[in-house]
Design a binder for this molecule. Structure first.
Ligand code: NAD
Length: 373
């Protein structure tokens, strides 16, 4: 089979779907890989490095895609690109189908088999393919670093000849994959760390990375290990407990998410106004409407006393390793479906069926089908 590696076109996207070292491993599954010329350069992978890994290059997107049995990408490709794909070909990429109805229809009508990376089931067996987690871990690591450059304070305690500087107080709200990494990074940098979530099991996880857990007494465990939305009463309870912790923080990182919903609101205007002058909020919910009042996606704005940072693509800031992990996630997925150079997905396997968005002219994901048709 022929595998095409697309060049990303979104302006803030530096990642590439496949890196040279992993491409070599995929070739051993019986595949020829072709890179869209220059696709890896923003992520530090030069065309030369791909050539050394036996990956050939093609400058023309249309030609590259028309020839391919499998197309790899990070961000959802354009409808135009999909229309150039062969019927029956496989696309492996993030799709975010809920917000991409035209793209999903084009995939269906083009008889493309689509593996949507955000649909990989969150089960133990699929962990090595779980790109949401691999990218969230890096994003979480990066969030305190980004926040710290907007602070006019240092994170650790420091003793100087003219006295000591106190350690900064960092509060992380939402302790999933990203939030726990954010806490761990802030702790390693010497900050005094607190974490909060609505799933009780996160208490132990927060403590294991050196942070204190702010206990609101709420248990909002929902389906599949995710959180559910809070009731009005629960929100009031959280607010009462958290306001003081918010007011004391020098840096807050928010990561809260509820599947299929807008980002839950964790900090309102009044709480923002009560924060310290010069404190910083990094709102990782920014692409999804924001966890905080006043966040502007893709911007850094001052709201009252607070510098609000609204990053939209943190993994792209760590493109070299974000691409490495993503490429490994894809390798582990392709290893399930590529046998001796023949593409044979097993549609009785729950990982494959869970990940498949379109196949053979149909939208196969029930939740997306409901939204789109
Ligand atoms: P996510 O991105 O959906 O949400 C981030 C966090 O926000 C979650 O911890 C959630 O509980 C929290 N949250 C939601 N509403 C909140 C509110 N109002 N206030 C505070 N916090 C709120 O989560 P994720 O990082 O994708 O992980 C979700 C779960 O899935 C975790 O339990 C994680 O361990 C699990 N997981 C399992 C696997 C696997 O087994 N393969 C892989 C990845 C994640």
């Amino acid at each position: 089979v022929k595998i095409a590696i697309l060049k990303e076109t979104q302006p803030d996207e530096r990642r590439v779907a496949m890196i040279p070292a992993v491409a070599q491993r995929i070739a051993k599954l019986g595949a020829d890989l072709v890179l869209e010329q220059g696709a890896g350069s923003a992520a530090t992978y030069t065309d030369d490095a791909y050539t050394k890994a036996q990956v050939t290059q093609e400058p023309d997107t249309g030609k590259l895609v028309a020839d391919a049995d499998i197309v790899l990408a990070v961000q959802p490709p354009s409808v135009e690109t999909v229309k150039k794909m062969k019927p029956g070909a496989l696309l492996v990429s993030f799709i975010y189908a809920q917000s991409q109805p035209e793209l999903v229809k084009a995939l269906r009508d083009g008889k493309i088999t689509t593996f949507a990376m955000e649909l990989i089931p969150r089960i133990s067996r699929a962990q090595a393919m779980d790109a949401l987690s691999s990218q969230a871990a890096l994003a979480g690591y990066y969030a305190p670093l980004l926040g710290s450059v907007h602070m006019q304070k240092i994170l650790p305690m420091m003793t100087t000849a003219v006295g000591s500087l106190r350690a900064a107080r960092v509060l992380v709200m939402g302790l999933g994959v990203a939030g726990l990494q954010a806490l761990a990074t802030a702790h390693r940098l010497g900050a005094v760390c607190e974490g909060y979530d609505v799933r009780p099991e996160t208490k132990e996880e927060a403590e294991s990375v050196g942070a204190k857990f702010v206990d609101t007494g709420i248990d909002a465990r929902g389906a599949g290990g995710y959180a559910r939305e809070l009731t009005a009463d629960e929100k009031a309870k959280v607010r009462a407990t958290l306001s003081q912790h918010i007011a004391q923080a020098d840096l807050i990182i928010t990561t809260a998410a509820v599947p299929g919903r807008k980002a839950p609101r964790l900090i309102d205007a009044e709480q923002l106004a009560g924060m310290k002058e010069g404190s910083v909020v990094v709102d990782m919910g920014a692409p999804n409407g924001g966890n905080c009042e006043g966040t502007k996606a893709g911007e850094i704005v001052k709201v009252g006393p607070v510098v609000m940072v609204g990053p939209t693509n943190l993994p792209s800031s760590l493109a070299a390793q974000a691409s490495e992990l993503y490429a490994k996630n894809i390798y582990n997925l392709l290893e399930q479906v590529l046998h001796d150079g023949v593409l044979k997905p097993d549609f009785t396997d729950e990982v494959i069926t869970g990940t498949t968005l379109t196949h053979d002219g149909k939208i196969t994901n029930a939740a997306i089908l409901k939204v789109i048709e």
